[in-house]
Design a protein around this ligand. Structure first.
Ligand code: CA
Ligand code: CA
Ligand code: CA
Ligand code: CA
Length: 650
């Protein structure tokens, strides 16, 4: 009764669960619980049954009314108005012990990153709103990060053959960027969405996967930023509305596998017409249709056979998504630290999947049981971009996900075996994000004080929103959450200069040390406009370190490797990821802020093969290349830390 969507069986430790959507909430019960409920009804006494019958008579019309209101409502699920912050503004703690907030400057134009993302200004279709991602990777192994941007397209242009999926920029020795897309061989056309980087054939040259509507592309790296299009040969071209992509060696055979999420079914010759039904209205104005009202699409898992070809195994692995959720950001992460990569799929406006790796080529969705599928209030939110990080020095990876307007971005604190707590409000990352549509994001230590901060790229999906007199705009500000070291964050975009930047409708965000300064910079996709490159001018004076990992027995790009460092008694760790944020690729090198510690007592690398290597007494302020089985192979010194803060960083 009152089911909005079909029941979905979920495997859990208590046996098969039956999950049903009732109204806007989702109820899960084991078969045993349901059986006990029925048995209880059968043995209950007569007056109780009469009372139950009367209750049903009274409440059923109300339920029908509520259900009717629900189906007639806006196409996104609203969440309750935010509760007041736990601490009053006057009660703001003294932050004078923290380093100065780093200043970020958009230098994209100055360094030659000028390619304009292609997008229809009116965005009449949902596909006009999802592109795209950006990436930072070193395509010629010269030690300087290069830049890949998704180009986008429009319905008209796509029908005429589409646009080259990406633009590739090489970073020159002087820190400027040169468009080398054509000579690189990245010429496939279509409608690009996202990027993810790995070395799928372990030949020492990074390979680039690009998702797109109607067809994705696998570019095999030939070295020196040249690529060969091997999409057909590899069998990973896919179909439909592909969005997120992430590389991870889920069966630990030394070859990275590939997961691709898909959004909704769209027929390019029969697109749902702008404003044509109840799912194409927002706050009283006509907008693009979707995702509600659109049929969703399943997802793909490509197992790497090790011979340059892949087999699509999503059904037998249990990650097929036959219910057809609207998939966006995806990430492999070992959230329970058992040495096997698990998979997070962010689904727009419906529950997230958290697929736990069963160590045998199959997965079990633990999203509901761990608490990351829905908000803490049990609401389905518009999930977009994702990241994982140990923001509270607990030794566990917590989960951050960006959300649609009038929903908080969510921080799920990993409590270990008992799952995750939604701490969005109490950590104060939820309140400032509530008005905005969030996309690209990451945990990163912007000031090198050892505590992970968070940046969020925002931008609305409906350009028509600008016709409303009040409320959100299509172009939205960035958010920068500074870690207060007590489980809370302060939003410091004003102090950092980000609030003064021109507004854009942003999507993907990639994080990395673009100029080898020891500070993490941020590359952003701006819909219909050139990108932004936010140079981090951090002047905390704190030490830091970067690790570039090279697998030998493990996959060569060391995707899934975990580095744990101890410096001045503080333990930090991070994993290498092939795809994260919103459809984007971060610097594969792992960066750690070290505060006032000039050396690390220990550096432990857990390689995807399971091999653990430990180094002792490693100096700060360098980029180390570490090869599996042979320790540090090369050391590139970083410049001395800029600035002179001497406050205790721990
Ligand atoms: Ca390079
Ligand atoms: Ca390769
Ligand atoms: Ca594999
Ligand atoms: Ca920090």
């Amino acid at each position: 009764m009152f089911l909005l969507r079909p029941a979905k069986p979920v495997e859990g430790p208590g046996g098969t669960f039956l999950c049903k959507f009732v109204g806007s909430s989702l109820l899960c019960r084991t078969k045993a619980q349901i059986l006990f409920s029925i048995m209880g009804l059968m043995t209950v006494n007569r007056p109780l049954l009469v009372a139950l019958f009367i209750s049903l008579l009274v409440f059923t019309p109300l339920s029908i009314h509520l259900l009717f209101a629900q189906t007639q409502g806006p196409q996104r699920v609203p969440v309750p108005v935010p509760p007041p912050a736990k601490r009053s503004p006057q009660g703001k703690k003294d932050r004078s012990g923290l380093p100065p907030v780093p200043v970020f400057k958009d230098i994209a134009k100055d360094v030659g990153l000028t390619a304009v993302h292609i997008a229809a200004p009116e965005a009449h279709y949902v596909i006009d709103s999802t592109s795209g991602g950006v990436g930072l990777f070193d395509c010629d192994d010269d030690g300087r990060l290069d830049v890949v941007l998704i180009n986008g397209s429009t319905v008209e242009r796509f029908r005429a053959g589409g646009d080259p999926l990406v633009t590739l920029y090489h970073q020159e020795p002087d820190g400027t960027f040169k468009d080398i897309t054509k000579e690189a061989g990245l010429t496939r056309r279509g409608w690009g969405m996202g990027v993810a980087v790995a070395d799928y054939d372990n030949d020492g040259k990074l390979d680039l996967f690009v998702t797109g509507f109607g067809g994705s592309a696998l570019y095999h790296g030939l070295g020196n930023c040249k690529f060969e299009d091997v999409t057909e040969k590899a069998g990973v071209g896919g179909s439909g509305f592909m969005t997120g992509a992430a590389w991870g060696d889920y069966d630990r055979d030394g070859f990275v596998d590939l997961f691709v999420s898909r959004y909704s079914h769209l027929d390019m010759n029969n697109l749902p017409q702008f404003g044509s039904n109840k799912f194409c209205r927002f706050k009283g104005i006509l907008v693009q249709c979707g995702p509600w009202g659109l049929e969703g699409e399943s997802d793909f898992l490509y197992h790497n056979r090790g011979d340059g070809t892949f087999e699509e195994v999503s059904v037998k692995a249990g990650v097929h998504d036959d219910i057809g959720y609207y998939g966006l950001g995806v990430m492999w992460v070992d959230y329970d630290d058992d040495g096997w990569p698990d998979l997070l799929v962010a689904n727009d406006s419906v529950p997230n999947y958290l697929y736990h790796n069963n160590h045998n080529g199959t997965f079990t969705d633990m999203g509901m049981l761990t608490g990351v599928a829905l908000s803490g209030e049990g609401m389905e939110l518009g999930n977009m971009g994702v990241d994982w990080g140990d923001y509270d020095h607990s030794g566990r990876l917590s989960f951050f996900v960006t959300h649609f307007e009038e929903q908080p971005n969510s921080l799920y604190r990993n409590t270990g075996p008992h799952g995750f707590d939604d701490v969005s409000w109490t950590s104060a990352v939820g309140q400032p994000s509530y008005p905005y549509v969030g996309w690209g994001t990451a945990f990163f230590d912007m000031d090198n004080d050892t505590w992970l901060d968070i940046l969020v790229a925002n931008g609305h999906v409906y350009p028509q929103i600008d016709t409303l007199e009040t409320g959100p705009r299509f172009r939205e500000p960035l958010l920068l959450h500074r870690n207060n070291r007590d489980g809370t964050f302060d939003e410091v975009s004003k102090e950092s200069g980000l609030a003064a930047l021109p507004l854009h409708s942003r999507r993907g965000a990639a994080f990395g040390d673009v100029f080898n300064t020891g500070n993490i910079d941020v590359l952003l996709l701006n819909v219909g406009e050139p990108p932004s490159l936010l140079k981090n001018k951090n002047a905390s004076g704190y030490h830091r370190v970067l690790f570039k990992l090279i697998g030998t027995k493990s996959n060569r790009a060391a995707i899934g490797a975990r580095v744990t460092i101890r410096a001045a008694g503080v333990k930090q760790f991070s994993e290498v990821h092939g795809g994260a944020s919103y459809l984007s690729q971060n610097d594969l090198r792992l960066h750690f802020g070290l505060g006032t510690a000039a050396k690390m007592e220990s550096v432990e690398i857990r390689w995807p093969s399971g091999k653990i290597e430990t180094l002792q007494n490693v100096a700060a302020d360098a980029i180390y290349t570490i090869v599996e089985g042979s320790g540090i192979r090369s050391t590139t010194p970083l410049p001395p830390p800029a600035g002179g803060a001497t406050n205790g960083a721990h």
